[in-house]
Ligand binder design. Structure first.
Ligand SMILES: Cc1cc2nc3c(=O)[nH]c(=O)nc-3n(C[C@H](O)[C@H](O)[C@H](O)COP(=O)(O)OP(=O)(O)OC[C@H]3O[C@@H](n4cnc5c(N)ncnc54)[C@H](O)[C@@H]3O)c2cc1C
Ligand code: FES
Length: 351
């Protein structure tokens, strides 16, 4: 299977904060399996134009009866404002997925630290919930927001802290509150490296380098915190990141390669694509008039996912496919260049 596409109505809209909503999707009985941390690509039609954006699944498959997405308004943002203001019960949304390799490791014991700002909590909540339902993980969440009123899932986080007291602790960094409101544990100000170190030292003395870290938000925040964690002795392999603003991540130019032909199956048609040196298979397919799905063009949204059935390709960057999907032959066409002359690619948008 290459890409799973659905048209699902919104089942329920739950307002989380003044600027965020959770949409519960009616799958109509489709068998939709997803892992905590994965996301979908949502297509919204606004003023007759289709816009595609990625949104993390904020529910836990098998625990919550319907998949849920939680969207926070970005100032001036086209899709987030539309959904926060206008999403209604019954509104039809095109959903592609699930996608993403920001998932929990197989080993789920020991210390897990989650660090996010704003809507970055969306993929982290199902990961936290899943770990707590197991028995061996000790979980810390460090969450940055401007104010108490802007904390998405505040009530749910309090509930989980009570239910799993001793195994789950939340500390807030609130940049727009001073002093810290009563009942809130944490600090005033932004998520700063010094405060993170101080909080983790208290929570797991001497244990910072052993823990697994999951960071979610915009690139600048994650760069700073990843760098601080590396300085504290955390191996890079224990730091997992989900970038919510891939447009701010510079694209990597395609690898150089010789001009090659690629046999390309698209729905019911087949053609031989000429992929020029320094160009990707996506570029060649679009130039040949194939109406392929693509969105970010930088390896992070997964919209251009396809299956390689023979030959060898190299990808510049993969922020979307899991190791299992790679093993099954999935590739991101916007990042793929042919390495051998016998490459065959299959795309079936309707599976
Ligand atoms: C894998 C992935 C998962 C995501 N999951 C979620 C989620 O669960 N909930 C959620 O609310 N958003 C999530 N996003 C972000 C989402 O896809 C959109 O980028 C966001 O809703 C803005 O879209 P827009 O159309 O409103 O803004 P646009 O009109 O596309 O952009 C407006 C401006 O905002 C910037 N921008 C985009 N995203 C952000 C951001 N998060 N913070 C600050 N600036 C930003 C853009 O660079 C642009 O300059 C996710 C993104 C990715 C890549
Ligand atoms: S278009 Fe987004 S990963 Fe290729």
């Amino acid at each position: 299977m290459t890409l799973s596409s659905y048209m699902w109505p919104v089942r329920k809209v739950t307002r989380q904060t003044a600027g965020s909503v959770t949409l519960s999707l009616d799958t109509g009985g489709s068998n939709f399996y997803y892992q905590p941390g994965q996301y979908v690509n949502l297509t919204a039609t606004i003023g007759g134009v289709d816009y595609q954006r990625s949104y993390s699944l904020s529910s836990v498959c098998g625990v919550h009866p319907f998949p849920e997405l939680t969207i926070k308004r970005i100032p001036g943002g086209t899709v987030s404002n539309f959904l926060v203001e206008q999403a209604r019960e019954g509104m039809l949304l095109k959903i592609d997925g699930p996608l993403g390799n920001f998932i929990l490791p197989a080993e789920r014991s020991g210390s897990f630290v989650f660090i996010a700002t704003g809507s970055g909590i969306a993929p982290l909540l199902p990961m936290i919930h899943t770990l707590l339902l197991g028995e061996n993980a000790v979980v810390t969440l460090l969450l940055g927001n401007r104010s108490v009123a802007e904390i998405i899932f505040h009530t749910e986080l309090d509930r989980l802290q009570k239910q799993f007291s001793g195994r789950f602790t939340v500390s807030h960094a609130l940049s727009g509150e001073s002093p810290l409101p009563r009942g809130i544990s944490g600090t005033t100000g932004r998520l700063a490296a010094g405060w993170i170190q101080h909080t983790l030292d208290k929570r797991m003395p001497g244990g910072i380098p052993e823990a697994f870290y999951f960071l979610c938000g915009v690139p600048a925040m994650m760069e700073n915190i990843s760098a601080a964690l590396l300085r504290l002795g955390v191996p890079e392999t224990q730091v997992y990141r989900e970038d919510f603003d891939p447009a701010a991540t510079p694209a990597i130019p395609p690898l150089q390669h010789e001009r090659r032909e690629v046999l390309f199956f698209f729905e019911d048609s087949v053609r031989l694509l000429e992929v020029e040196g320094g160009s990707t298979i996506l570029t060649a397919a679009l130039a040949a008039g194939v109406p392929l799905n693509h969105s970010c063009d930088n390896g992070s949204c997964g919209a251009c996912r396809a299956t390689r059935t023979s030959g060898s390709v190299t990808m510049n960057r993969n922020l979307a496919l899991t190791p299992e999907q790679l093993l099954a032959g999935d590739v991101l066409l916007c990042q793929s260049v042919p390495v051998t002359g016998d490459v065959t690619i299959e795309v079936d948008r309707w599976q």
